[in-house]
Design a protein around this ligand. Sequence first.
Ligand code: 8YV
Length: 326
Amino acid sequence: MEDYVLVTRRVFRETIDYLKENFKVVDNQKDTILSGEKLRKLMRDAVGVQSSTNDIIDGPLLDKCKKLKVVCNTAVGYDNIDVAACTKRGVMVTNTPGVLNETVADYAMALVLSATRKIPQGERYLRQKKWKKNSLTYPLSRDVSGGTFGFMGFGRIGQAIAKRALSFDGKVIYHCRNRIPPSQEKKYQAAFVSKTELLSSSDIVVLILPHTNETHHLIGADELNIMKRSATLVNMARGGIVDDAALIRALREGDIYAAGLDVYEDEPNLNPGFLELDNVVLSPHLGSATINTRQEMAMRAATNLVAALSNGDPPDLVNPECLKSS
Ligand code: 8YV
């Protein structure tokens, strides 16, 4: 069978055309969900895959894909891919860093504002024809300006959000595995603090870190309990970092003020408990979803695919160790 690359989800025509200049392409422009069995069948003889965050690429699947050399995720995050299993089998993994920072940061601020200023609630109130007078005392929300923004994770996207927080006269504190250099801290007027201090003193907690075994349920009942009752939690990172059942309880009981969520455990099958709450703004994983950014992400993944298969040196390789195992 002739070598081919697989593009698992619909992407822009220009990306398919670019790939076709280089390879035989099996695409999924109908954008059907590829169940485990279907994905296995389509990936079995592929030399490269342009994947999406919905595709679970693990050891058992890789064992069936003897020709596979590279998996190029159309995302900056890659917790859908078992990178260690790829490395072990000499399969390269790439992501799309850089191109989505500002777009995701805009959306994070939109969720901060929507959840804290209750913008969707106001719109519902209006649409439900409940707006009969301009009351001085109802409905009310809380201020964003001048608040303390606590970042769990402070990489490129976190820093892009911090820039926005500063323009809201916010105070920036952060906690992450590797403290950033002093010059960077100065740039964002950011103070490194412990996780407990961050949770107890932030008005807005922003989660913007990778989902790994170590960060799974990083925010659960105990952490939500430490947060201020007036605080807003925004998750722009990944489902699984937050224990959703615990968050639903905390929101229901008023342990925190509000949440703005773009990601969920087991998405798109989010916990139905969220739908019963009025103090959470729910977004279906759209942080990077602008036309320009999605075009750039798709082309960046395709560029990685072409480079990986032509010279074995893709620009966004996340597991350089794999080159030693092949
Ligand atoms: C998704 C993302 O790629 O880049 C990431 O890590 O989560 C998003 O940009 C996008 O929503 C498609 O699933």
